[in-house]
Design a binder for this molecule. Structure first.
Ligand SMILES: C[S@@+](CC[C@H](N)C(=O)[O-])C[C@H]1O[C@@H](n2cnc3c(N)ncnc32)[C@H](O)[C@@H]1O
Length: 596
């Protein structure tokens, strides 16, 4: 990168770079010691000698060149996990460039110049990079929900820039402010939409913070369009991370995304937070308490939430009603107590559901919960569906909370992992149970289940009626203790749970592989090779792989099918998304593998 950066610096007209015309720069560059092997992608630290001032040197200046060693700020791109949002963005950019007939060189930004060089007027070059641009046509939308476009390069007429524009849709024409430069793209804020995409339905927006808050990306899309985009995300993930499967026609048509019964008012966990500047010993004014702001967009022309990096949020429309009551209570408490905080903090808001005994008072049946600041009473929302229920908001991460799913009761610590959209869990667990069935079985044939990454037992327990025996494995001992307790509380006797890394399970299972199905539900980073290799050796009849990161899922599925011993004996039977998080770009993906 250093060599590339410097060569292009020398080639480029100095006027374009706004550097002194004295020849000073070129002379000094030739004195730089270049590393023998430049590492592409990494800027090396470089020592450059130049006069102590930035004043141009006169041509006939024969004085000894008084030089001072200065250190160039080095640009070191962060290592990116390929299946993380940034890793995926890189692949999306490469694809966009191919579509637009551009190469990476043609959109490369000179990071060293942006970081180090100033114009003759003493302005940093970044002031040319970081600018307003109007008439920008948005070309596509990425998996993170941001728009992508190509704009002219600010200093080189033969080059372009790729720009990421949050809250912009393909077909929009927009005005943006570019505020941050990376090697192959720049980040921007959406200032104004001058022509609306046909997809854009701003009248659907429910939240006053939408367009600023980093939480939601899709409120201005019809729900059908959101589901369609999530289906594209699943397809693109397999295109990027399982290209051999796509080329070999081994990925079936992606199923339509399963909608969430609730499109708003569904999130059962929220975590508003606040920052405290490091220099401050004590907060004098209440800081904003809420969620992160996505840049400094102004297209919605709203002051809602203020303009700091954390927005001051009073209500979250995707959070459930009781969490919004809890948020109001906790905000009032924070208003009173903020001076006692020594550093920033996150407040946990977790929904808790209790089935009520109608013969007793409601309040006496509730656990510790967020309280009304004025009355001191626990806040609850009472529901009467088929059973009388009360919902409360829990703020202590160690408190035990309860959820009801398809007639099963689940308890877990409020701070531990549990799926966050209760309204879709009935559908998901039914779908998983159906797809775990071993085809061609007779009712009398035994059927076993392995639940890897089992958490507090959601899938084993909801599938327990259809199997003779289930065994779950989970790295968190606390979750395993809850899985055992949940099995007992639901009268489920055929489930066993072990604490350990997922691959430990292969040492403890003795069920015949032809009669065993496996469900995998790993964290975002996916499964590791050790586990996938052992899974292939075990060779179960069916595998259902559910994931909140379809990109790592696609990578793992390709690895399993193509690079493990028995992998080639399997095929993808079906693949589809579930919309756990309406109004956001997230999609949960379920991939079913069967032996051929
Ligand atoms: C996405 S959650 C799924 C939990 C559960 N299936 C559910 O739906 O409630 C992933 C779980 O994997 C666990 N986990 C993370 N790494 C693990 C590993 N190497 N082996 C086993 N479990 C792991 C986490 O503690 C977490 O409970």
């Amino acid at each position: 990168m250093l060599i590339v950066g410097l060569v292009s610096l020398v080639r480029r007209p100095l006027a374009l770079l706004n550097l002194p015309r004295s020849g000073l720069l070129i002379r000094n560059i030739s004195r730089m010691s270049l590393p023998a092997t430049a590492n592409p992608g990494l800027a090396q630290e470089t020592t450059l000698k130049r006069p102590a001032t930035d004043q141009p040197v006169k041509e006939n200046d024969n004085r000894p060149n008084k030089t001072k060693k200065i250190k160039l700020r080095k640009y070191k791109p962060k290592k990116v996990d390929q299946t993380s949002p940034l890793g995926v963005l890189q692949l999306e950019i490469e694809e966009l460039l191919t579509k637009e007939g551009l190469t990476k060189d043609q959109v490369e930004n000179d990071m060293i110049a942006v970081l180090n060089h100033k114009t003759s007027a003493g302005e940093p070059v970044s002031s040319q990079y970081h600018r307003e641009v109007s008439g920008v046509s948005v070309l596509q939308i990425g998996a993170s929900g941001d728009g992508l476009a190509i704009i002219d390069h600010p200093t080189e007429s033969d080059k372009k820039q790729v720009v990421v524009i949050p809250f912009a849709l393909p077909g929009d024409i927009v005005t943006i402010r570019v505020f941050k430069t990376h090697t192959y793209y720049v980040e921007s804020d959406l200032l104004q939409v001058t022509h609306n995409s046909t997809l854009r339905k701003d009248e659907l927006i429910k939240c006053k913070y939408f367009g600023k808050c980093a939480g939601c990306q899709f409120q201005f899309l019809s729900y059908d369009e959101q589901l369609r985009l999530k289906r594209d995300t699943v397809f693109n993930a397999y295109k990027y991370f399982a290209p051999k499967l796509i080329e070999g026609n081994l990925v079936p048509e992606i199923g339509t995304t399963v909608p969430s019964p609730k499109m708003y008012d569904y999130r059962t966990k929220l975590t508003p937070h606040f920052d405290m500047p490091k220099k401050l010993k004590k907060l004098e004014n209440r800081p904003p308490l809420g969620f992160g702001q996505k840049g400094r967009p102004s297209w919605r022309d709203t002051d809602a939430g203020g303009n700091r990096s954390i927005l001051d949020i009073e209500e979250c429309v995707i959070g459930t009603e009781i969490l919004n009551h809890g948020m109001a209570n906790e905000r009032k408490k924070f208003e009173r107590d903020f001076e006692s905080y020594k550093r920033g903090a996150t407040i946990l808001l977790r929904e808790n559901t209790r089935v009520l005994d109608p013969s007793k008072g409601v309040l006496e049946q509730l656990d510790e919960a967020s309280r009304d600041f004025e009355t001191g009473e626990k806040t609850f929302v009472e529901l009467t569906e088929d059973k009388p229920l009360a919902k409360t908001c829990v703020t202590d991460s160690r408190q035990v909370v309860t959820e009801y799913i398809n007639g099963y009761t689940f308890e877990f610590s409020a701070g531990e992992f549990f799926q966050n959209n209760n309204s879709i869990l009935g559908k998901v667990t039914e779908y998983v149970c159906e797809n775990l069935q071993i085809q061609g079985s007779r009712p009398e044939d035994p059927h076993y289940l392995v639940d890897a990454y089992c958490g507090s037992g959601l899938f084993s327990i909801t599938a327990s009626k259809g199997v003779d025996k289930a065994i779950g494995v989970e790295v968190s001992a606390d979750s395993v203790a809850f899985a055992e307790r949940n099995a007992r509380a639901n009268g489920v006797e055929n489930c066993k749970f072990v604490v350990g890394k997922a691959e430990c399970i292969f040492a403890s299972i003795d069920t015949p592989q032809d009669r065993t199905s496996v469900i995998l539900d790993p964290p975002r980073k996916g499964c590791d090779d050790v586990f996938l290799k052992q899974l292939a050796v075990y060779n179960p009849a069916r595998i259902v792989y559910i994931s909140c990161n379809v990109h790592s899922q696609a990578r793992d599925v390709q690895y399993f099918l193509q690079d493990t011993d028995n992998g080639p004996n399997y095929k993808i039977e079906s693949l589809r998304g579930f919309d756990f998080f309406p109004q956001t770009h997230h999609v949960e993906s379920v991939c079913v593998l069967t032996r051929v």
